[in-house]
Write a protein that binds this ligand. Structure first.
Ligand SMILES: Cc1ncc(COP(=O)(O)O)c(C=O)c1O
Length: 361
């Protein structure tokens, strides 16, 4: 993959009025976070706390673990870009499902490691979701060289998930030297639904399981850049040494701490997202367009033809949605749940833009 493609994958669309392309929260950050950010600004001549003590302490309390079990970074993507080269080298394999979050591939590339993808069930068809993941299929691909397994649960851009039972079976089947990274960026939108369970709730004894989380989604702090990892202290500690110093800004640390304390805003965001997701899914179903109704804050739509011109047609109506060529998904696009008004705008545009797509059958 070229550098250009990698940057196109993550950049915002140009000029979209309704921005549904980056799985951001449309509900904005907690007012307490904004206040906390403002309160730090006059101290901007000072370096941040390199150890992020207040944030890590708050997270340890939140996750019910020791502070030594928590490391933070400037986004969970940055954590992955450190974590993979920290633990994997040219002789190693990083194993993931096909159509997983692109950063796993980029991290493996930086590590010089081989990136091995396990086939999934492929596109959604009719009323059925797509991209189903099979535990045995992944376990069958483990070799002596497998050093890391990375699972986005739920996945991006597919929204697909492994249930708690499936994830536990997968982890139990992995050798103890393999590090298992479960990327739970969207866990707030998934918990309690269709068998989903966060990895730390599972009864598994594997010594190298990491839960990776972010403040970019339900906490709506994507622009602040804060992610964290929770796991055994002997895995997390060396990672924290490896990361660049001072990488989480003072404002970001304060915003994250304040967000953890504002459970009412979090609830409002989760409820609004789930309502919006259901409304978006119902609207697409009415149109008869296949899509994957996943557990993230987005849906993955099947066009049955090249998605590029369709995404451009949305853009001409001021609606930004995401093409997915770097994932080898040329006939699909991903749309993030917006505010109720934005979701209606997307559906109104869809009635036009998707009127003649071949996937409607
Ligand atoms: C599965 C997954 N993991 C991690 C991230 C990265 O989040 P962050 O903003 O914390 O780097 C994303 C962002 O879209 C994601 O979809």
């Amino acid at each position: 993959m070229s550098a250009t493609i990698a940057s196109q994958t993550v950049g915002p669309p140009v000029g979209a009025r309704v921005r549904l392309s980056s799985n951001e929260s449309p509900f904005g950050p907690s007012p307490a976070a904004i206040e906390a950010i403002e309160a730090t600004l006059a101290e901007s001549h000072r370096y941040p706390d390199d150890q992020s003590v207040a944030l890590r302490t708050a997270l340890a309390e939140h996750e019910n673990v020791a502070v030594e079990q928590v490391a933070v970074a400037n986004g969970s993507a940055a954590l992955l870009m450190d974590l993979i080269p920290h633990l994997c080298g040219p002789d190693d394999e990083v194993l993931a499902y096909a159509h997983s979050f692109i950063v796993y591939r980029l991290g493996a590339k930086n590590a010089g490691a081989s990136y091995v993808e396990v086939e999934d069930g492929g596109p959604a068809q009719g009323e059925d979701d797509g991209y189903a993941r099979d535990v045995d299929a992944l376990l069958a691909r483990v070799t002596e060289r497998t050093r890391m397994v990375v699972i986005d649960n739920p996945g991006n851009p597919t929204g697909t998930h492994l249930t708690g039972e499936e994830l536990a079976a997968l982890i139990r089947g992995l050798p103890e030297h393999v590090t298992v990274v479960v990327d739970e960026a969207y866990h707030h939108f998934a918990t309690g639904q269709r068998g989903y369970q966060p990895v730390r709730e599972l009864d598994v004894a594997h010594p190298r399981v990491l839960s990776l989380r972010t403040f970019s989604k339900a906490y709506a702090l994507a622009g602040m850049r804060v992610g964290y990892v929770v796991g055994p202290a002997d895995v997390v500690g060396p990672l924290d040494v490896y990361r660049p110093r001072f990488n989480v800004t003072t404002a970001a640390q304060a915003a994250a701490v304040a967000s953890l304390g504002d459970t009412a805003h979090l609830r409002h965001t989760i409820d609004g997202t789930l309502e919006g997701r259901a409304r978006m899914a119902a609207g697409l179903r009415e149109l008869g367009v296949p899509f994957t109704d996943g557990l993230g804050n987005f849906l993955t739509v099947e066009c049955g033809t090249a998605a590029g011109p369709i995404v451009e047609a949305y853009g001409q109506r001021g609606v930004g949605v995401r093409t997915l060529p770097p994932y080898g998904m040329d006939e699909q696009f991903r749309v993030t749940v917006g505010t109720p008004e934005e979701t209606e705008e997307f559906l109104a545009a869809s009635a036009d833009v998707l009127a003649d797509v071949p996937s409607r059958g």
